[in-house]
Design a binder for this molecule. Structure first.
Ligand code: BGC
Length: 719
């Protein structure tokens, strides 16, 4: 189909057919769906008629080639112009082969594996009939109370942007010519990751400067990579709900950034303009959202029920509707749906690709590279002696994490299964000890008895996956008390204890660190999680992950992040007073484990960085050289990180900003020379008038294995 034919198609459409394209409904609404019995409660009250459903433009949440083909077939039969449906789903960290949660993928600092993970997710989803994935989620977050931190790659704009690009490449490839690709939809625009108090859906109030400096870059990076769609956010931004925010979507996204793809509301967010208190009724909500630039309304019926009336009253023009429809039809055309409305949906390919050995191997590999070693007092790797595996996550399949709705427990490798591949049955004693939030004396006693018989104890503890994810905010971000008590009881036996943590956010882990000899942050490692963890615990894989989000020292410290600003009274200034400085009286200022932190079974030693020159110019970049030596007898991977500080800016500059990193593999005792370059472009930032440029003057460059333990040198940027 040509662009001209697309316009002709638009000309043939009635206004009702056009508004139909702007509606997205969940699978059960559609003829051909395998379970149509799920339209209950709010879904039933949507005020959608059978005629509206026949004209709808897209489906949410369908999966499975056979079901999707049925829905599409029936729809094409019912639609006067045979316009195919777009099928969209949340394919966030894998489809059926589940990869670690994105926050864990962020900790891998492995951009290629991240891309591979979304390419595999795309392949499994595409053969199951999906056309669009509601991912990547790139909301920068500094507050681990927010349950959705597990969905993004963390707290750093540069790292998040790098991963955003990788995920988009993996999902989309060349959408028009490659097989097994899906369109990506970056979300949630904008700044959804900064809700006050970490409470989901809550107020976001942020200066334009902060927005542009930290929160917008990852969305922009996804779009620069060609991401086809954008989803709005639930939150208000500076007083205006994102979903009705014209300045955000028409002015910034469309005009300034030139985005001409499809913009979709988040679930029900158009109608949420009512409880937000900026629209008196659904008609006003429709007017605001469409004027603000929302093309597709997800799961409410404000557009379908009110657009024609708004046009009749002269409040909206049909041109605005045409523009939105054309964007949606253009995406359908790009996906080739007019020629082949089923695209890659194929039952045979589903059997061949889904959960294939290749996909499982990739999931295992990425999981093992996402697991962060936080502490190790000579306990790990485990020796093949008698091990007691204790705790509610010992044999739990709840290790896929939120947003893994297509992943099945029966396909999941649990920790005990993984460990059994390394030791004999009688070397491994298993006991839950308690549940996630409750426990009995009998459970505890049984665990203690088993632990007594073992040489080393592995304690698998954490948060239930419902304790993070959407609507999963927590105010007390600790491991539930019953599990901490279990750890203390086990620790009292005086044997080496390894705590393995399963959770969707950085937690306050002080008590865990105090009571365990080794601590392994497993996150939610996915389908192959048990194997990946066992690989790490037994030393088949040397841990290499580094935190992509700081672990707070305490909850009262939140938000705590590495790239913060100085105050006028820094605590560590040479002339700092004892009291009148920026500090807590009862807590350190710093995170317990900073951004970029993670241990290995190897030891790496960094030489001082050497700069190619003291002064760089706009034309001549700076080269930073250093040697990294593996001083141990174990080969391993290290992520060498480069940070910069602009010492005097027109506006305040972060104490450190990640500018580059290199992941290297070093044989035992090997030394490698690393070279980074820093160009003038990397030193640019938003000034008070939002101009993006660099300032001549003095800078400091830092290199190291995490954001805290670094060596530095100063250099100048000349005019
Ligand atoms: C979430 C989105 C998701 C959508 C569709 C919403 O509740 O905020 O991230 O894509 O549901 O499932």
């Amino acid at each position: 189909m040509t662009d001209h034919q697309l316009k002709e198609l638009l000309d043939q459409m009635t206004l009702e057919e056009k508004t139909g394209q702007l509606v997205q409904l969940a699978t059960p609404f559609f003829e051909g769906a395998s379970d149509r019995g799920q339209i209950t409660g709010p879904m039933q009250d949507m005020g959608i008629s059978d005629e509206d459903i026949k004209k709808a433009g897209s489906v949410l949440g369908a999966s499975g080639a056979s079901e999707i083909k049925n829905i599409q077939k029936k729809h094409l039969e019912n639609h006067r112009l045979s316009i195919p449906l777009l099928i969209m789903s949340d394919i966030v960290h894998g489809f059926k082969t589940i990869f670690p949660v994105p926050l864990a993928i962020g900790c891998s600092w492995d951009v290629e594996l991240a891309e591979q993970s979304s390419a595999i997710a795309a392949k499994e989803a595409a053969v199951s009939g999906v056309h669009v994935s509601f991912a990547p989620m790139v909301d920068l977050s500094r507050d681990p109370r927010w349950g959705r931190v597990m969905e993004s790659t963390g707290e750093d704009p540069f790292l998040n942007s790098t991963f955003a690009r990788a995920f988009v490449r993996g999902f989309q490839g060349n959408l028009e010519s490659d097989n097994y690709k899906v369109a990506a939809c970056v979300k949630h625009f904008a700044a959804y990751g900064a809700p006050e108090g970490g409470r989901d859906y809550n107020t976001v109030d942020m200066s334009e400067w902060m927005l542009r400096e930290s929160y917008l870059p990852a969305y922009k990076a996804a779009l620069d990579e060609g991401c086809e769609m954008v989803m709005t956010a639930f939150n208000i931004l500076n007083g205006i709900p994102s979903t009705g925010n014209k300045a955000l979507m028409r002015d910034l996204l469309r005009e300034e950034w030139g985005f001409d793809g499809v913009l979709i509301s988040d679930w029900g967010a158009v109608k949420e303009l009512l409880p937000h208190g900026v629209a008196a009724n659904e008609k006003e909500a429709a007017e605001q959202a469409l004027k603000a630039g929302v093309d597709i309304e997800m799961m409410t019926s404000c557009y379908v029920n009110h657009i024609s009336e708004l046009i009749e009253e002269g409040k909206l023009t049909e041109d605005l509707v045409d523009e939105a429809v054309l964007r949606i039809l253009t995406l359908k055309k790009k996906l080739g749906l007019f020629e082949n409305p089923y695209r890659d949906a194929d039952e045979e390919a589903e059997k061949e690709f889904i959960l294939s050995a290749e996909h499982r191997a990739a999931a295992r590999n990425l999981a093992s590279k996402s697991i962060v070693l936080l502490k190790n007092e000579d306990v790990l790797p485990l020796k093949k002696e008698k091990i007691a595996l204790i705790g509610p996550f010992s044999n739990s399949t709840d290790i896929l994490g939120p947003w893994s709705w297509a992943g099945a427990p029966e396909d999941t490798i649990t920790l005990d299964q993984g460990m059994k591949n390394h030791v004999t049955e009688d070397q491994l004693l298993i006991s839950n000890g308690c549940e996630i939030e409750t426990g009995t004396e009998e459970q505890l006693q049984e665990a203690v008895e088993k632990a007594k018989q073992a040489d080393t104890i592995v304690l698998a503890i954490g948060e239930h996956s419902d304790m993070s994810g959407e609507a999963g905010s927590r105010a007390e971000i600790t491991i539930p008390k019953v599990q901490v008590d279990l750890l203390k009881k086990i620790k009292a036996l005086g044997k080496p204890v390894v705590a393995v943590l399963f959770n969707g956010r950085p937690l306050d882990v002080k008590e865990i660190i105090e009571n365990a000899d080794a601590v392994v942050e497993a996150w939610y490692p996915g389908t192959e999680g048990g194997n990946a963890l066992a690989d790490i615990l037994f030393g088949e894989v040397n841990p290499s992950a580094k935190l992509s989000m700081s672990f707070p020292y305490s909850i009262g410290q939140v938000p705590v992040y590495y790239n913060n600003y100085n105050t006028g009274r820094p605590k560590d200034a040479p002339d700092a007073q004892v009291r009148y400085v920026s500090q807590y009286l009862d807590n350190p200022n710093e995170a317990l484990f900073p951004f970029g932190y993670g241990l290995s079974y190897s030891n790496f030693e960094y030489s001082e960085p050497v700069l190619s020159s003291e002064t760089i110019t706009k034309e001549e970049p700076l080269r930073v050289r250093l040697n990294v030596k593996n001083t141990s007898d174990t080969a391993g991977e290290e992520t060498v990180q480069l940070y910069v500080r602009d010492l005097v800016g027109q506006v305040v500059r972060p104490l450190k900003e990640l500018k580059d990193f290199k992941k290297i593999y070093l044989e035992a005792r090997e030394t490698r020379q690393i070279e980074f370059t820093i160009s003038e472009e990397q030193l640019r930032y938003h000034h008070a008038d939002m101009e993006y440029k660099s300032d001549a003057g003095e800078f400091e460059v830092f290199v190291g294995g995490n954001s805290r333990d670094v060596q530095s040198k100063k250099f100048n940027l000349s005019d």
